[in-house]
Design a protein around this ligand. Structure first.
Ligand SMILES: Cc1cc2nc3c(=O)[nH]c(=O)nc-3n(C[C@H](O)[C@H](O)[C@H](O)COP(=O)(O)OP(=O)(O)OC[C@H]3O[C@@H](n4cnc5c(N)ncnc54)[C@H](O)[C@@H]3O)c2cc1C
Length: 418
């Protein structure tokens, strides 16, 4: 491993999803000798097939007051937007209990402030690393529409919109005509929509990660393909031990392995309630309609995003055992749901995908040094917003390693908060 600048460290970043790629990019810019360790290939996980939405105004925790009322409904509807597979229910219960507890009124305002700080800087934080990687064209700032199909749905969501308003996040409620003027492809009959002008999207999330990693390599970073088995700590020495017997010595280790991060942290005295929320996509290579901007179908909990490779319908939530096979009916369902509101939608040649969101019960990622061994830093748990929160995560991880004060308060993201 190279050291290009006096004072630079030997750093291993585990996981080449969007979070690991952003951490590696920021750390390499500062002259550290960085190895990015990836089990399969860059963007093998959730960062490949997500909806690509960049949401600086996304500050609403997933768990809100009253969520306890929703849990029985999720359990009862195997085809609903949120599903817990029966075989997994007992295992998921402790996490669900913490999730419900995080939605108490006294807690959600602080969570919203933390999410606002993390997400609000998305474009500023992407700018230097995308510009350097030649990937600036992969991001579009178009705004987005949150569509409410049923009467009364917007009213039920007003608490969340008020929380955005309280934080100065701009949005505009549009009637049918206003929405239709922006998205002519929509069928009439929906209730209304909300336009969020600051929002944008990544036209190809996988390509974004690959470009960042390619630039990282071209600038002297190492990409090693291999699966981390554990972190070894013996006296002064720390190292990432790989399943194939190799070992990568380091001065600092950044764990950014998304939904797979937790097993690497055994022995560090942390309680990490990390759960996987699976999501699906159906990508339509020749959709037969055009969307000028992403549309979020609020009741059905998925996005329709006009990507480079076609229209991507992506979202929904499923709790299941790690080894359970994907249930691609859930991906196909997205085609049927979208077709109701987008007449003429062509499903021919549709591609299905499932990905695992790394989720904490309080909707906040873990970002920061492990108190028991500050040489190890955590950067995972970005849940439903990792494409949005990754670049700021990379930026603040670089701040921490340089001994600078991060530009946002990291207290809410403390690894030892659970
Ligand atoms: C359907 C769906 C839609 C979504 N839509 C959006 C959206 O619109 N906007 C948004 O901001 N976010 C969205 N997300 C969330 C976003 O995709 C995730 O938060 C983000 O991709 C997480 O990135 P990550 O780098 O932490 O994890 P991942 O992308 O999962 O990357 C982890 C990487 O670590 C590697 N790895 C795992 N274990 C090891 C190991 N032991 N050793 C070495 N490498 C390892 C994996 O192979 C993988 O490449 C969506 C997610 C889904 C599933």
């Amino acid at each position: 491993m190279r050291k290009d600048r006096d004072g630079g460290s030997r750093i291993v970043v585990v996981g080449a999803g969007i979070v690991g790629a952003c951490c590696a990019a920021y750390l390499r810019r500062e002259g550290h000798a960085v190895t990015l360790l990836e089990a399969e290939e860059p963007a093998a996980g959730a960062s490949r097939g997500n909806a690509g939405a960049l949401s600086p105004g996304s500050c609403i925790p997933l768990s809100m007051p009253g969520v306890v009322r929703d849990v029985p409904r999720w359990l009862a509807d195997p085809d609903g937007p949120l599903v817990v597979r029966a075989s997994y229910l007992l295992q998921a219960l402790p996490w669900l209990a913490r999730f419900v507890a995080a939605g108490r009124p006294g807690r959600i305002e602080a969570i919203a402030d933390a999410l606002h700080a993390l997400h609000g800087a998305v474009y500023d934080s992407y700018q230097p690393i995308l510009q350097a990687s030649g990937a600036g064209n992969l991001i579009r700032q178009t705004g987005c529409i949150v569509l409410y199909c049923k009467p009364g749905s917007l009213e039920s969501a007003m608490a969340g919109w008020q929380m955005r308003k309280d934080r100065g996040i701009p949005f505009e409620v549009l009637d049918q005509k206003g929405v239709h003027d922006l998205v002519p492809a929509l069928a009439p009959g929906f209730a209304c929509g909300v336009y969020q002008p600051q929002h944008g999207y990544v036209v190809d999330p996988q390509a974004l990660v690959v470009k960042l990693v390619d630039h990282f390599k071209a600038g002297g970073g190492d990409l090693v393909i291999g699966r981390a088995a554990r972190i070894d700590r013996q006296g002064e020495r720390i190292a990432v031990a790989l399943e194939d017997g190799r070992s990568l010595d380091a001065e600092r280790i950044v764990v950014a392995a998304g939904a797979w991060s937790k097993p690497l942290l055994a022995g560090l005295g942390l309680s990490i309630p990390l759960e996987t929320q699976r999501g699906y996509h159906l990508q339509l290579p020749d959709p037969g309609i055009e969307l000028p901007l992403p549309v979020s179908f609020s009741e059905s909990k998925f996005y329709a995003t006009p990507m480079a490779g076609g229209l991507r319908l992506a979202g929904t939530v499923e709790f299941a055992r790690a080894s359970a096979p994907p249930d691609f009916r859930r991906a196909r369902q997205l085609g049927a749901l979208a077709g109701t509101w987008l007449p003429g939608l062509n499903l021919a040649g549709a591609q299905e995908w499932m990905g695992r969101r790394p989720c904490t019960p309080d909707s906040l990622p873990l970002i920061g040094a492990v108190p028991k061994d500050p040489r190890i830093l955590l950067a995972f748990g970005h849940g439903h917003n990792g494409m949005t929160s990754a670049p700021t995560t990379g930026r603040v991880i670089a701040d921490l390693i340089a001994g600078r004060s991060p530009f946002i308060d990291l207290t809410p993201f403390r690894p030892d908060r659970f």
